[in-house]
Every structure is written in C-alpha cells, then in structure tokens.
Design a protein around this ligand. Structure first.
Ligand SMILES: [Fe+2]
Length: 377
C-alpha cells in the first residue's frame, strides 16, 4: 500500500486523487486489543482504497442454491455446534451467541449446517474467532463463496486487490461509511444492498478494530415483525411489490463522500413486500427506509402511508430486536433476507478507529410469499 496518502474529510468532491487511500495508524488513541499501539497498523493491508479507474459492468443473473437446503436432510443439522462451550439465545425472536466453535475449521458440511442455523435464528454471533479474522484475505473469500457469488459493492472502499471485501471504516480523521449527518439519529434499519436483483443472503461481518465502547450493531427480525400484523393486513401486503433503489447511495459518493467512487451504475429492482425464505419457508417483511422507494401500482399517498407504517413498526419494536456488542475477534453471520440491521454510530467523539470487513454472498431473487406475484413491473 502506498505511503503517500490522502486522509479525506468530507466532502472531497473536486479533490479526489487517482486512488484514495486511508492512512495507516491514523489513530494514536486506539487502545483495544486488536489495534494496540502497533506501528504500522496491524491490519494496514485491509485499509480501504478507492481506485478511480475501476468500473464494472452490470451484475448478471445466476442460479443460487442455498447451502442451508443441503443441511435440511442432515440427521443432526446442528452437529457443527457439538463442541461449543456456550450457546446463548440472545432473544426469543432472533440471535444466538456461540463460544468454542471455530469458523475457520468448518468443513463444507459444517458450513451448510451453519447456513441453516443462521436462517433459523436470523443471526449467529461467534466469539473468539482469531483463527478466522487473522487469516489471509483469500481465506475470507473462500469462506464467503460457499454461501453464494460474492457481491462487489458499487461504492464502498475495499482492501487493495480485494473488491469483494466491503469495508466499514471510521477513525478520528475520516469516515467512509454511508451516514447522513443531517438526521436526529444514526439509526437506519436496512437490508444490505436490497436494490440488487439478487441481494445478499448469508452475510458475514467482523471488526478488525473497534472503539472501547460503542459501535454496537442492532438487528431485528423481519419475520417476527410480519407476525405482529393482522392476518388481513398481511394478506394485502403479500400482494404488493416495491421499488428498491441504489441511486441515492451512488449520488452520495458522486457528491464526494465515502471515497467518491461509483464503480457500477446504480440499479433499481422490484421486490415483493413479503418474501419467502427458500430454505425455512418463513415469510418476512422486505422493505427498508434506506433503499425502498415506493410500492408499485399504489397512489403516492397510499404507498407512503403503508411504507411509513411498516418503517415505524420496525423502528419501534425493541421486543423483536437484538443488539450485538462487539468483542475482539467476534464474527457475526446474519441472514440478510429475514433480518434488518442498523449501525449504532455513538462513538464518534472518542476518535477511535472502527474498521470492519463484510462478505456479502448474493442469494436468490426474492421469492414472493404470494405464489405467482408478477415482479416484472
Ligand atoms: Fe448494512
């Protein structure tokens, strides 16, 4: 990585160099275990870059076979947890915390079981995964590809040479996240890149550096959220489809934020408002404030009212949410199809580094809960 660096504060609209690189060891105040006073920064090779010469063609459709489906016929589809020292259900509706199981040691069968477990619990938090986190980036990719074709994010930073690794990054000098500072709260429930025709399924995320406190991640169950609604209303929602758009996110980068790079033209896609999980068959609400724009075929006021009702329901329902507090070497795997999540940006004043890596294997095109729902327009 180049030592000639640009530390970018926002916006950077007219001053983007040919390749924007984050300065290593930018945060002397950092004192968590993984970032402790090391020079250079231990994970410097995984700092984000934003090459200006990268441009990718549109994503193409592909067939996705969910690995969790292979575990359905397993005689004991939770045997990959046999050696766990601790399994704690985070909440009744979603979330599980596991200690004593090495993700790095899982074979293909274990990964299939993992996919089924995550599909059933929404998210699973694996603690003490140093063997996984400190592996070579190639090993991250090999792990992620088991669960689907790895998504390359159109605007985020990635480590040099690894565009499939989506990075979350903030330190005392810079942020490369998609965050709006003109809002009362940083809470933004969303399902990652839901504007893609085949959005991610089993999503893996881990932090390389974290603040002493703060920077937790919130999750909610879109399955439980749907079950709270009346049968008549759910029956109506099943008939609806909505437009999801990547345009605003791309415009944010084009305005000079987040590294200022758009590597693939933004897309909009139509998805069912209620989708069905391909393995468990569970139905989930599939709209989010970040990317969903309107319900197809309804008048503007009708669409706005229904979406706002669903968003408010999701925002308020702490009784179907779980909050993950990060520890060094924690790896979280969630099912992006049946959960929503939000960053909790409460650590800015401390000036500490938060540096995360996400693997987002794409899954199937969302399956409508209502058989035969036409998604073509
Ligand atoms: Fe996200």
């Amino acid at each position: 990585m180049s030592t000639a660096v640009e530390t970018i504060t926002r916006p950077i609209a007219e001053s983007i160099p040919s390749s924007v690189t984050v300065r290593a060891a930018a945060n002397p105040a950092e004192n968590n275990e993984q970032g402790k006073t090391e020079e250079p920064y231990r994970y410097a090779r995984l700092l984000p870059v934003f090459p200006r010469d990268e441009h990718y063609p549109p994503l193409t459709p592909f067939d996705h076979i969910d690995p969790g489906s292979r575990a359905l016929s397993h005689p004991n589809p939770r045997s990959f947890l046999d050696n766990a020292s601790s399994i704690v259900q985070l909440t009744p509706h979603l979330g599980e915390e596991v200690r004593g199981v090495s993700l790095a040691a899982l074979d293909s069968d274990g990964r299939d079981q993992l996919a089924l477990e995550v599909a059933r619990r929404g998210l699973v938090v694996f603690r003490d995964q140093r063997d996984f986190v400190d592996r070579d980036p190639e090993a991250y990719l090999e792990f992620g590809r088991h669960f689907g074709r790895l998504h390359i994010h159109p605007t985020s930073g990635h480590p040099e040479g690894y565009p499939e690794l989506h990075l979350v990054y903030r330190d005392a000098n810079a942020t490369y996240n998609f965050e709006r500072e003109d809002r009362i709260t940083s809470t933004t429930w969303h399902s990652d890149v839901s504007y893609e025709q085949q959005p991610p399924g089993l999503t893996t995320f881990f932090l390389l550096s974290q603040p002493d406190t703060g920077g937790d991640t919130a999750f909610t169950s879109q399955v439980a959220a749907l079950k709270r609604l009346s049968p008549q209303f759910v029956a109506f929602l099943r008939t609806l489809k909505a437009v999801h758009s990547g345009v605003e996110q791309a415009n944010y980068s084009r305005a000079g934020y987040r590294g200022g790079v758009v590597r693939r033209d933004p897309v909009e896609n139509i998805h069912p408002v209620v989708r069905r999980h391909p393995v468990t068959g569970e139905e989930a609400i599939y709209v989010n404030r970040q990317f969903t724009r309107r319900i197809v075929g309804l008048k503007r006021e009708e669409s706005d009212a229904i979406l706002e009702l669903l968003y408010n329901h999701i925002d308020r329902s702490v009784d179907i949410q779980a909050r993950v507090k990060w520890e060094p070497y924690t790896v979280v795997i969630w099912d992006n199809r049946i959960t929503a999540h939000s960053a909790i940006v409460d650590f800015i004043s401390g000036g500490q580094r938060r540096h995360g890596v996400r693997l987002a294997p794409q899954a199937e095109r969302p399956i409508p809960a209502l058989d035969g729902l036409d998604l073509s327009a």
